[in-house]
Design a binder for this molecule. Structure first.
Ligand SMILES: Nc1ncnc2c1ncn2[C@@H]1O[C@H](COP(=O)(O)OP(=O)(O)OP(=O)(O)O)[C@@H](O)[C@H]1O
Ligand SMILES: [Mg+2]
Length: 361
């Protein structure tokens, strides 16, 4: 890790990690298709995608645990494509942590430093600092067999961080934890990332985790990175149907675009320039208004309310639209659930600026 106090990514400079046309083929299985990826110093990057899409393979390629079939990997300007993991400025926390059993917490954390022949005062200082950083001091002499999931996760993190990697690679770091612990450890990860000003790359299949932790998200589908960008940008401007539904919830209304107009199956027309052909209109559930009127909403659909689901911080209204499609509306106005009843017909609407029109591929 660099000692820079700033954890702000620096997309203006050269990327710290640069992948070019990197792929991994296992026999006939293309685990990772040829792809490019830039990771900047200070990034907290999430590699997000469903099971089997190639996330772990991509992380292992960056860490050097497997060699790419094609392409080139550079870290800090140097070609590392053929370098072994221990010769790269990276360190990886594996899914399931892979701690050494029968060793104490301190011995686990010290292992890499011993191999690297770090000794004396520096050895002691680094162990001390990292234990404080991940808040493990009181567990130093405990056997790792006796730790809870959250504590084991901290040891795995400390064991990687003590080596001061320029890039920390984390494979599903929170997946083994229960929901409450996952939230706590997520916040811990953010705190640690901020305090050391490091570059973290983590794999997850959980879009909430990706949005909540990362400043940048690379969405993977079938071995490809289908969209990459700022977390907010990926959420608010998804480029494909897959990204719109995988990152957050989305209403997808089918339609056809011609002569600057999208005609939705629901019967309404929306102005939108672009090539003629089938399109989808993507609208997030939280931007749709209930009881919509023409003054506030540019697009209005009529639907039959089929369910009202109380979800804690918001209420979920489900609608059946005339032509067989469904719509979901989220409202943080909890009182609204008493204003509407299942079975009634409701006008729902949104503003043109709140929709994305995408070619239906
Ligand atoms: N050593 C291997 N030999 C053969 N096929 C492999 C190997 N490793 C991965 N694959 C295949 O490559 C594809 C991508 O696997 P990978 O483990 O990268 O997915 P993932 O996105 O991490 O999935 P998960 O979310 O389930 O961990 C899968 O189809 C997998 O079966
Ligand atoms: Mg995996």
């Amino acid at each position: 890790m660099s000692d820079s106090p700033s954890a702000q990514p620096d997309p203006g400079g050269d990327p710290l990690v640069r992948l070019r046309k990197v792929s991994k083929q296992y026999g006939k299985i293309a685990a990772v298709e040829p792809l490019d990826l830039d990771i900047y110093r200070g990034d907290f990057l999430a590699i997000l995608g469903p099971s089997g899409c190639g996330k772990t393979t991509l992380l292992r390629l960056i860490g050097g645990f497997i060699a790419p079939t094609t392409g080139r990997i550079e870290i800090a300007g140097a070609d590392v494509t053929r370098l072994a993991p221990e010769r790269r400025p990276t360190n990886m926390v594996f899914q399931g942590y892979g701690l050494f059993p029968h060793m104490t917490v301190r011995q686990n954390i010290a292992y890499g430093l011993r191999i690297a022949k770090v000794r004396g005062a520096e050895f002691d200082q680094r162990i001390h600092d990292i234990m404080a950083l991940v808040r493990l001091e009181e567990f130093a002499e405990r056997s790792t067999d006796s730790l809870s999931g959250g504590q084991a996760q901290r040891v795995a993190l400390a064991r990687a961080l003590v080596m001061r990697p320029q890039v920390l690679l984390l494979d599903e770091p929170l997946a083994a934890l229960d929901l409450k612990l996952r939230k706590e450890m997520g916040e811990e990860l953010r705190r640690i990332h901020r305090s050391i000003g490091g570059t973290f790359v983590f794999v997850t299949h959980d879009q909430g985790e990706a949005l909540g932790l990362a400043n940048r998200i690379a969405v993977m589908e079938d071995g490809n990175i289908v969209q990459e960008g700022g977390a907010e940008e990926v959420y608010s401007a998804p480029k494909t149907r897959f990204v719109s539904t995988f990152v957050g919830e989305a209403n997808i209304f089918s339609g056809h675009r011609e002569h600057g107009t999208v005609r939705l199956k629901a019967g309404v027309s929306i102005p939108d320039s672009g090539a003629a052909g089938p399109v989808i209109v993507v609208v997030r559930p939280e931007v749709i208004r209930l009881d919509a009127d023409d003054a506030a909403s540019d697009v209005i659909l009529t639907g039959k309310l089929i369910d009202i689901i109380f979800s804690g911080p918001y209420v979920k209204f489900k609608f059946a639209l005339d032509e067989g499609q469904q719509a979901v509306v989220h409202s943080s106005d909890l009182a609204l659930r008493r204003k509407f009843s299942v079975g009634e017909t409701v006008r729902i609407g949104w503003s043109l600026g709140d929709q994305r029109v995408l070619e239906d591929r």
